[in-house]
Design a protein around this ligand. Sequence first.
Ligand SMILES: *Cc1c(COP(=O)(O)O)cnc(C)c1O
Length: 456
Amino acid sequence: MTDGLRSIPSVDQLLSDSFIAELIPQYGRSLVVKAVRSSLQHIRQASIEGTLVGGSIKEIRSSVENWLISQIQVSIQPVINASGVIIHTNLGRAPLSEEAIQAILSIAGDYSNLEYDLAKGKRGKRADAIEQKLIALTGAEDAFVVNNNASAVLLVLAALARRKRVVISRTQLIEIGGGFRIPEVLQQSGAKLYEIGSTNRVHLQDYADALQNVNAVILRAHHSNFKIIGFTKEPSLKELVELAAKEDHLVIDDLGSGAILDTSMFNVAHEPTVQESIQAGADVVCFSGDKLFGGPQAGMIVGKREVIKKIKKHPFARAVRADKLCLAALEATISHYLKDEALQKIPIWRMLSMPVECCEQRVVDWKKVLKCGEMVDGLSTIGGGSMPQETLPTKLFALSVSRVNVFMKALRSLKVPIVARVIQDQIVFDPRTVLPAQERVFLTEMETLIKKFDIR
Ligand SMILES: *Cc1c(COP(=O)(O)O)cnc(C)c1O
């Protein structure tokens, strides 16, 4: 043992240290013991590696306290999204509607009829009613809800394409981010990837050639987060369905975003809708719950009765099923569409449909309250790997600050952190994505910071 190791105090010694002993009533003895052990472990390791700096009782005390604070602290907290990115992947994608939140609250602390048929008094089918609503909404024959769209794609391929040839165009061998790559998912599902076409073009004939004399599946993956422009070609879903029908091949459409409403009414590109894919005759359509659908994280699988039945029976189905809180929020979100109130009730659609005049009025109000800053023209984006390059005109509240990075960091360190953008040395705040319920907190926090930084 080196001298360094010998001089390290024991767990018992530290627990009787007056400072550390005083932490016990607040955090409980067993957690403090864990903190002390963790701190000593670090010191020993550093001592052995010869990288130990400090290690004094004062440093041990603060390392023990910091460890305890980090364990108790709530790590997921609300933030204010002033970035103008509507579906911000790093900020939790879609915020839920008031009704979806209430739906979660109403069942979270109680027992529920999740898998219980109240009329018959016996076991019922999980999510049966929600699937019926998805059917009504999308026009599909049947539906199934899983944990997210990545698992939806995995499950669908495992259930329908195992050991089969999955024909996919090279224009669609996408990576979504977070390691989700279509070729790799295909491999994990046990399907055999069969690439056709070139990076920019694929023809119906390429599909016809690939389908000949084999039992194959066509997979179409939506270009969610990138655009191919210029000399490009892809057959329509309808053409693929007609081709596949000749020899009973299945067509799977991974839509990604899963828009239900027509985005083109806001002067942005038309994002393919779920209803269009069902109408075109796809056997299975998968999409996310928390992108343009505007609900909780979920993966929706809708399509033909026989095909969905097969998917529900696959062993993976149980492994990737949606939880009850998700289902509750999802049901409320679906209801907004069914009741034709999505634009008013679903936060992301409210943001998408917010007229620029409304953004302008809010910036005028902010300027009045904060007594500084200026209004500049800007662009909000859809985000969340949806609709790349599509923007909505907005008005921004802009601050000229001498220490931009310091101010940005101060914004992120607030009790309710604010995420803003920097454009040409100005810090800009987009009212489009600041939720109305958070506006008061936003202004109070901003007022404090502006005073602290002495901005005029
Ligand atoms: C986003 C996306 C996925 C993954 O969906 P998650 O809900 O994030 O799991 C899969 N495919 C496409 C085309 C997507 O856009």
